[in-house]
Design a protein around this ligand. Sequence first.
Ligand code: UGA
Length: 438
Amino acid sequence: MALKLSVIGTGYLGATHAACMASLGFEVIGFDTESSKVDLLSKGKVPFYEPDLEELLAEQIKAKRLTFTNKVEDLSDADVHFICVGTPQVKNGNAADLTYVNSALESIAKHVKPGGLVVGKSTVPVGTATKLRKRLLELNPKADLAWNPEFLREGFAVEDTLRPNRLVIGVVTDSAENILKEVYAINLKENTPWVRADLPTAELVKVAANSFLATKISFINAMAEVCEASGGDVTVLAKAIGYDPRIGSRFLQAGIGFGGGCLPKDIRAFMARAEELGASQAVEFLKEIDAINLRARQRIIELVRKDLSDDLVGKKVAVLGAAFKPDSDDVRDSPALDISAQIQAAGANVTVHDPKAISNAQKRFPGLTFAEDINSTLKDAEIVLHLTEWKIYREIDPAQIKKLVKSAIMIDGRNALDRDLWRAAGWKFRALGRTDSE
Ligand code: UGA
């Protein structure tokens, strides 16, 4: 008999995990305390934008392999319970807020069958899983707990879940590992690397991976600062060092830096946890990674100021992109919106375009103006900022849109546009970390 799975928390991670596991043939029940979310998902609708997810979810609901509920007792049939709730940054500090993880464990504990397994997927500070396992065994001595961190990227969530580049399994017992081998049998057949670890190592793998990625991005953004000071070009530098396979070319895209619901809060939570453990010196560098990242936002505002004679008051600024990255409608800690809001606060009239994220952006920044189409965003603009590298922006014909703007100045915050093309069309073109020689 195939295992029955439950997924607790149906946000980004949970909804994707539930739909993907169902598509592998498991019977899956998703649980969320928010009934509006449960209602929407039950109708096959996803409350956020993620390529391919809605189709997959609707298909699985139709096939009757996937259901959703807001009653925790409905999960008692499942053999494995995945905890996929959020661990946001606390309001008054750097640490992760574990309220949702703790309450997920408390509410599921007594519904776990004898021999059943609770599997944490949320990103948590090291030490959390051991504490949760102890608590679970107090409440239900016949249950077990494992930790199986998730590495999915927004925009590629379905692909990353179905075909992960590795599976990391933090377990105490062999039986927990065996259950997870059954869950991930298809991946094992496809030779996906399987890393068995203890609970703390499994938790650490996730924060270490995100810290490394954040470090790589801030490293190239630091090089961009040096290029600006010395007349170099960071895009050429990144290309050249990326050919060294020990360095690799990915995550070396210099620009306005990282945002989103993961990298920024994960490096901060890591610093907070390391301090509690008396190991703060070991991750002290992450403070600098965070600072370099936030500095990129100021550096682009400086470029805007330079081109507008240091006077933003009343200037019409057009912004292309609101999401923290392309192929996502997520605006959590979006560098694009932070920059837009700061320019607006300095007196400019900022109009923001995004193909998917406008409604989320509007909720967070009601003071900004949003436009549904690119042309009306650009109309009469005195400067244009490219802040999220959606494909549609790379397809813009600079000669065409030059007719719409008041002054043809493009600031590419993502180093993703073709500078020669824009310059040939008569635009002043500026970017972070590139010699400004026109
Ligand atoms: C990140 C990790 O990449 C995932 O592996 C991880 O599972 C996830 O966090 C998580 O913890 O849940 P995600 O937040 O979707 O995934 O986004 P990334 O693709 O990592 O991009 C993060 C930010 O870095 C974006 O704002 C992006 O624009 C920026 N970035 C990325 C750069 O500025 N330069 C680059 O070269 C690459």
